[in-house]
Write a protein of this length. Structure first.
Length: 97
């Protein structure tokens, strides 16, 4: 268990930026859940570039040693890419989804 002093040390240097950016990514991951559960699917030209850009951003954050941000951004990118494989319930009969 972290003591108060250890917790405050986490905010030295670039650690507070990592925590702040990761918190924002966690917020976006949570607010993304309804879209994953919705029966429709956004256009592929939205899902694929967004997912790939988020994965690239996760790589960039990892090279900066912002590990929490890299992890949470990668998860957000994978969520977007998961929509690519989602079957849309709103497709017209005979149309591929």
């Amino acid at each position: 268990m972290l003591t108060l002093q250890q917790l405050l040390l986490q905010f030295n240097g670039a650690r507070w930026q990592d925590i702040a950016l990761a918190a924002g990514n966690v917020f976006f991951c949570i607010t993304f859940i309804p879209m994953l559960r919705h029966p429709g699917r956004p256009p592929l030209l939205t899902c694929i570039p967004t997912g790939l850009a988020l994965l690239a951003g996760g790589f960039v954050f990892a090279t900066l040693h912002l590990w929490l941000t890299a992890l949470t951004q990668t998860i957000a990118g994978l969520q977007w890419l998961a929509l690519v494989f989602k079957k849309s319930l709103y497709a017209a009969p005979g149309q591929q989804t």
